[in-house]
Write a protein that binds this ligand. Structure first.
Ligand SMILES: Cc1ncc(C[n+]2csc(CCOP(=O)(O)OP(=O)(O)O)c2C)c(N)n1
Ligand SMILES: [Mg+2]
Length: 441
């Protein structure tokens, strides 16, 4: 049996004191971590039992919270924010129904995320490079892309400057508006944004800019999220990562997507400034993203913003969300924390808005959307041969030549005889003759 004598205890205490004196201030290589001798496991980034706070400016009645930090917003800016927030659901209502009628193949709405998207758009410089996921059409509208361009892309007409009618609806892109083309595979834009940030930093005439990268909390489960943040943190490069935490990745609720404190808890792991913000409060989003872009630009390093909101709409037109969530839940969220209603109250408190202005705006927006929709619905599609262009530079490779020749043969055989092709070809510029020559007629 082992017995501890008084002498042993004293000797041990003396040894411990000597050890502490010797090791006081000592650090292991490559770290400033203080040395401790108690097991201290930790989790997430806040003291135990607490969560990362959420930055908010507007209360539920549209008033600015006492002492809240907020950028200056005058009447012109406030009205512009509100009108763009309203343009989104007006456009979504029309295009969602148009898809249901089979006139376009697919659509994604922004219901519930109007404040997150428009607030962020307004916080960026017009020439900051935006890499979006797919639910950020509002950024393009804020930058003046226009409803005609939106419709042309969704309908794939000859006026589709994003993709010449070759992409699924909502895959917008516009170099003029510094908006990189949307691609469906989740999270690919995140490491790309780090590369764009690096390129901006290396271009003397673009050092005033940052890359702004949008994605959902679901996309943050992809490896590319980690690669992107790692790059932006270590190269480093100026990127504002804006994660829209809307509670769902299609049918998977966010409670099943992570065990940590949301996505914001991951930022400190990469040593980048991070903030969580009320995504239903346009003034909070605007203020937070503006400061995030300032930090990213000044530090030349990534910054992470997590905007908390709720996806009110179905994931897309390919989804029926009532298969996995209650209608009553959606109705409650719409009512309790509606970003449009909150900001409208703010405008009214300032004497900048009334019911007449509301009615006038709604009528105007609806008419703008309907005019653009009707124009695109009747518009011609581009030349059939567009199908083969813009894939490779230089000479067209043999496999595309073969495919083009095969299409020419089929157009010659069926172009006039098979009704679906016949009617469809009539809507294309050149009616297929650019591929099949006179054979098609
Ligand atoms: C690599 C990859 N995996 C899966 C999908 C299918 N998919 C499309 S959207 C989506 C959910 C994304 O959720 P989130 O990132 O939270 O964005 P939200 O739709 O909520 O805006 C999934 C799984 C995909 N497009 N790409
Ligand atoms: Mg989501």
């Amino acid at each position: 049996m082992f017995r501890t004598t008084t002498t042993t205890t004293t000797r041990l205490a003396r040894a411990r004191r000597a050890y502490s004196a010797l090791h006081a201030g000592q650090k292991l290589p490559h770290t400033q971590s203080p040395i401790i001798s108690k097991l201290d496991f930790f989790n997430s980034v806040t003291p135990k039992g607490q969560q990362i706070p959420t930055f908010r400016v507007l209360d539920g009645t549209g008033r600015i919270l006492d002492g809240a930090e907020c950028v200056d917003v005058d009447e012109t800016l406030a009205r512009r924010l509100y009108e763009h927030m309203n343009l989104l659901p007006t456009m979504d209502n029309v295009l969602y129904n148009v898809q249901r009628q089979g006139k376009i193949s697919f659509y994604v709405t922004s219901y519930g995320e109007e404040a997150t998207i428009i607030g962020s758009a307004a916080a960026l410089l017009k020439d900051d490079e935006v890499l979006g996921q797919y639910r950020e059409t509002g950024v393009l509208l804020w930058r003046g892309f226009g409803l005609d361009n939106v419709m042309a892309q969704c309908f794939g007409t000859k006026n589709d400057t994003s993709s010449k009618g070759r992409q699924m609806p909502i895959h917008f892109g516009s170099p003029e508006h510094h908006f990189h083309t949307i691609s469906s595979p989740l999270a690919t834009q995140i490491p790309q944004a780090a590369g764009v940030g690096y390129a901006l930093k290396r271009s003397p005439d673009r050092r005033h800019n940052v890359a702004a990268c949008f994605f959902g909390e679901g996309a943050a489960s992809e490896g590319d999220f980690h690669a992107g943040l790692m790059l932006a943190s270590t190269i480093p490069c100026p990127v504002v990562f804006i994660v829209r935490n809307n509670g769902f990745a299609i049918s998977t609720p966010s409670s099943e997507q992570y065990n940590g404190d949301g996505i914001a808890s991951r930022g400190p792991g990469y040593g980048i400034d991070t903030i969580r913000v009320d995504g239903n409060d346009v003034l909070a989003v605007l203020t937070a993203v503006k400061d995030a872009r300032r930090r990213a630009q000044e530090q030349g390093r990534g910054v992470l913003v997590e905007a908390m909101s709720y996806r009110v709409g179905h994931h897309s037109t390919s989804d029926d969300s009532f298969a996995y969530r209650a209608r009553s839940e959606v109705e409650d969220k719409k009512r309790i924390d509606n970003p449009l209603a909150r900001f409208k109250l703010f405008l009214e408190h300032n004497g900048w808005w009334d019911e007449a202005a509301e009615e006038d705006m709604k009528a105007r927006l609806k008419s703008d959307v309907m005019t653009a929709f009707k124009k695109a619905e009747k518009e011609q599609y581009g030349e059939v041969g567009n199908l083969f262009g813009d894939v490779y530079g230089g000479e067209v490779p043999w496999n595309l030549k073969e495919q083009r020749a095969e299409l020419a043969r089929l157009l010659g055989k069926y172009g006039k005889k098979w009704k679906p092709w016949e009617s469809r070809l009539k809507r294309h510029v050149g009616q297929g003759k650019d591929v099949a020559g006179k054979d098609v007629v």
